[in-house]
Design a protein around this ligand. Structure first.
Ligand code: SF4
Length: 374
């Protein structure tokens, strides 16, 4: 099984914290669409004819594409790849783009999952983030989708910033609960280099982030969502049974995927490649029939460290089955690093593998680094 990711590199406005690749100059949408179609054609052999079970439009803001542009991309995917009968097809959407017409257009292509960038239901936060929507639009976007029969919806929520009080976070969570969506992705705000947020904080125009606030918010989010029947299946992701993201779960379970569009990454078990994160050079390279990516071959050590990192971030943990695929001496070195963590109950030995104790989830990346092969 495999997945296809399409990166649509356009946004109406630049959110202050964002370091994804996007442009607010929308005039190249048509050219990028045609280039994506061409890249799909050139990369048709990448997945070695494995059945494609998930298709994911991310960005950027994919809902800025027109019906005809989605049509070009879907036609090419279904022409060049072996797509299963009922694939999971997700589109990331900003609330201000969601209208009944837009959703009917997406449904006509088989889109069956929406990922809506809500972030907060407080307008003061949305203004601070420079989001292009307000809280009413977020609420109405979910209702519009549900009225059209799209129930497989995930909402993005940001926590861990000083302006967000615990009461407001609870109110955000209560709103999500009242909307009865089956999946939530929650992210602690981070300050990435070269973002407007970084600039504002370094000039003293915005308060710095506080790890303790973020850790408290994380606990609050997790406890709230668990009591509402969500499974915490990945560090940032909570889903009701049957509503986990298949596309993202496949990343974490090490399945192959093809990423198309500027800045998209691909992985086929042995290599990883990443497209140029620049719309003009992406267009230029494809116009010259060149693939716009760089590629690295993964060593056994790279694969092992990746397996540890992604495993620890999920409820499935570091599985015994997965460990068996690596050389004996790697497994032995891992065991030596693992024992102290087991004796301190940072990790727990379960039936199928080692999982992080609940209270350490927020530190998963640092703990994974202790277990890496160097
Ligand atoms: S809408 Fe998403 S991709 Fe675009 S700037 Fe905001 S966070 Fe970044």
């Amino acid at each position: 099984m495999a997945g296809i990711y399409l990166h649509i590199p356009f946004c109406q406005k630049a959110c202050i914290y964002c370091d994804f690749h996007f442009s607010t100059l929308l005039k190249k949408k048509e050219a990028i669409t045609e280039a994506i179609v061409k890249e799909l054609k050139l990369r048709r052999a990448y997945l070695e004819n494995k059945p494609v079970e998930t298709i994911y439009f991310g960005g950027g803001t994919p809902t800025l594409l027109k019906h005809s542009q989605f049509e070009r991309i879907f036609d090419e995917i279904f022409k060049e790849f072996k797509v299963v009968e009922f694939p999971e097809i997700t589109v990331e959407a900003n609330p201000d783009d969601i209208t009944a017409d837009k959703l009917n257009s997406l449904k006509s292509f088989g889109v069956n999952r929406l990922s809506i960038g809500v972030q907060s239901f407080f307008d003061e936060h949305l203004k601070f983030f420079n989001r292009s929507h307000n809280s009413n639009q977020a609420f109405n976007a979910v209702k519009t989708a549900q009225n059209l029969g799209i129930d497989n919806i995930t909402l993005d929520l940001i926590y861990g910033f000083p302006q967000l009080t615990e009461n407001q976070l609870e109110e955000n969570l209560n709103k999500i609960d009242s909307l009865q969506v089956p999946h939530v992705s929650t992210y602690s705000l981070t300050v990435e280099p070269k973002t407007a947020l970084h600039h504002l904080i370094s000039k003293g125009k915005a308060p710095n982030l506080d790890d303790e606030v973020a850790a408290k918010h994380f606990e609050l989010v997790r406890n709230f969502l668990k009591t509402k029947g969500f499974h915490h299946y990945e560090i940032s992701n909570f889903g009701k049974p049957q509503f986990y993201s298949n596309h993202n779960s496949n990343y974490w379970l090490g399945k192959p995927y093809l990423g198309v569009g500027p800045s998209a990454h691909s992985y086929n078990l042995n290599t990883r490649s990443w497209n140029v994160a620049n719309n003009s050079s992406y267009l230029k390279q494809l116009a010259a029939n060149k693939l716009p990516h760089q590629e690295e071959t993964l060593s056994t050590k790279d694969k092992f460290n990746e397996f540890i990192l992604t495993g620890l971030r999920t409820k499935w943990g570091i599985t015994f089955e997965g460990l068996q695929k690596f050389p004996q001496q790697m497994a032995e070195a891992f065991q030596r690093e693992l024992n102290p963590l087991l004796s301190k109950s940072v990790l727990l030995k379960k039936e199928k593998g080692y999982v992080l104790n609940d209270e350490y989830w927020f530190k998963a990346d640092g703990i994974a680094a202790e277990l890496f092969q160097v």
